[in-house]
Design a protein around this ligand. Structure first.
Ligand code: OSB
Ligand code: MG
Length: 368
C-alpha cells in the first residue's frame, strides 16, 4: 500500500455509566482513530491508549505524538508497505505498542478492503459469532453490584468478570456466587492491585470456583505470578504482563500464567496477537480476547480475532451498549449471548459519517 495521507482523528464518547477499576474511573472515552488513505482504498485503525497512563504507560495524547512524529515518517519513508511489514518498519521505535497497533490496523483494513477479504477470513477464523462476556466495574455497594450483574445476565451475557482491588474482592465474589449460582462463568480482574504478600487473601477466592484471576500482581512481576500460581487454586491469567509473543513464551515457561488475555493494542497489533494465540495453543494454554472500551471499529476487529480457534474462553467482546448509547458504527448487539463476527471486506464495519463528525474533537491530516 502506498499511503497518500493519514488522518488522525480524536473523538469523545460519553460512557453509559462510570467504569471503575483498581486504577481509576472512566466516564468518557477519548479515542484516537487513524484513517489510512491510499489511491485504491481507505482503512481505519483505533488506538486503545486511554486518557491517562494508568493501565499501561501509554496515553492517548502521547500515542498521537508518537504516531505523528516517529511512526508515520518511517512508514512514508519506506514507500510501499504491506500491513505485514509495518511492525518491522516501526521496530526501531521502542515500545508504544498501542500507537503501532493502530497504524498497522488501518493499513490492514485498507489492504483487505482492496482485496475484498474480511479480517476474519484473513485470520482463519472458524466461527461466525463469539460468546460474549462482560467486564463489571467496582461498585459502591454489593447491592448495586448484584443489580448490575443481574441486568447483564438478563441481557444474555454468558460470562461475568468482576473488577477487584484490596477491600473489594472476596465479599463481592461471594455475593455474586450466592445470588447467581455455581453454574455462572465467573472470573476476576485485579489490574495489578496486589502483591505476593496478598497471596493468603487471594487464596480466599479458591472456594468460589472462578475461571481465573487476571493480572493480580504488577506488570513486570513474572516470578511473583509464578509463585502466586503455586499458592492459590484459581488459575492465573495475565493481561498487562503479556506485551509480545516473546513475553508470552517466557511467562508460560516460568509458569507465571495458565491462561492469557490477548489484547491487540497491548501487544502491538492484531498480527502479534495472532502469534501469541499460536504460542499459547502450542503450549496447551487457553486464551481469550480482552477489550479496551473499543468503539465499533475495534470491537468488530476483536470479534474477528475472538472467532479464531485458539480462543476457547469467552472474551470481553461485549455489545456496544455496554459502554456507549451511541457508537460511531452500527452497534454490535447481543444475540443469544453472542456477538456476530463482521463479514464484509476489511474490518467489515462502516463508520457512520454524521455521528463521527458530531463526536470528533480534532482532525489532523499528515501527508508524506
Ligand atoms: O484490564 O481488561 C482490562 C478496560 C480498560 C482497561 C483495561 C481493562 C478493561 C476492561 C474492560 O476490563 C474490557 C472491555 O469490555 O472493553
Ligand atoms: Mg485486564
Amino acid at each position: 500500500m502506498k499511503l497518500t495521507a493519514v488522518e488522525l482523528r480524536r473523538i469523545s464518547l460519553p460512557l453509559v455509566a462510570p467504569f471503575r477499576t483498581s486504577f481509576g474511573t472512566e466516564t468518557t472515552k477519548d479515542a484516537l482513530l487513524i484513517r489510512a488513505i491510499t489511491p485504491d482504498a481507505e482503512g481505519w485503525g483505533e488506538c486503545v491508549a486511554m486518557d491517562e497512563p494508568l493501565y499501561s504507560y501509554e496515553h492517548v495524547d502521547g500515542a498521537q505524538d508518537v504516531v505523528r512524529r516517529f511512526l508515520l515518517p518511517r512508514l512514508f519513508a519506506a514507500g510501499e508497505v504491506t500491513a505485514g511489514q509495518v511492525a518491522s518498519v516501526l521496530e526501531p521505535v521502542k515500545g508504544h505498542p498501542m500507537a503501532k497497533a493502530a497504524v498497522e490496523m488501518a493499513l490492514l483494513d485498507a489492504e483487505l478492503r482492496q482485496a475484498g477479504q474480511s479480517l476474519s477470513t484473513y485470520f482463519g477464523a472458524t466461527r461466525d459469532r463469539v460468546p460474549s462476556g462482560v467486564s463489571v466495574g467496582i461498585m459502591g455497594s454489593i447491592a448495586e453490584l448484584l443489580d448490575v450483574v443481574g441486568g447483564y445476565l438478563d441481557a444474555g451475557y454468558v460470562r461475568i468478570k468482576l473488577k477487584i482491588e484490596p477491600g473489594w474482592d472476596v465479599e463481592p465474589v461471594r455475593a455474586v456466587r450466592e445470588r447467581f449460582g455455581d453454574d455462572l462463568l465467573l472470573q476476576v480482574d485485579a489490574n495489578t492491585a496486589y502483591t505476593l504478600g496478598d497471596a493468603r487473601q487471594l487464596a480466599k477466592l479458591d472456594p468460589f470456583d472462578l475461571l481465573l484471576i487476571e493480572q493480580p500482581l504488577p506488570e513486570d512481576d513474572m516470578r511473583g505470578h509464578a509463585e502466586l500460581s503455586r499458592r492459590i487454586g484459581t488459575p492465573v491469567c495475565l493481561d498487562e504482563s503479556i506485551t509480545s509473543a516473546r513475553a508470552a513464551a517466557d511467562a508460560i515457561a516460568l509458569g507465571a500464567c495458565q491462561i492469557i488475555n490477548i489484547k491487540p493494542g497491548r501487544v502491538g497489533g492484531y498480527l502479534e496477537a495472532r502469534r501469541i494465540a499460536a504460542v499459547a495453543a502450542a503450549n496447551g494454554l487457553p486464551v481469550w480476547c480482552g477489550g479496551m472500551l473499543e468503539t465499533g471499529i475495534g470491537r468488530g476487529a476483536n470479534a474477528a480475532l475472538a472467532a479464531c480457534p485458539e480462543f476457547t474462553l469467552p472474551g470481553d467482546v461485549s455489545a456496544s451498549d455496554r459502554f456507549y448509547a451511541r457508537d460511531i458504527t452500527p452497534p454490535f448487539v447481543l444475540d443469544d449471548g453472542h456477538i456476530a463476527v463482521p463479514t464484509g471486506p476489511g474490518l467489515g464495519v462502516d463508520v457512520l459519517p454524521d455521528v463521527l463528525d458530531e463526536v470528533t474533537t480534532s482532525v489532523e491530516t499528515i501527508r508524506p
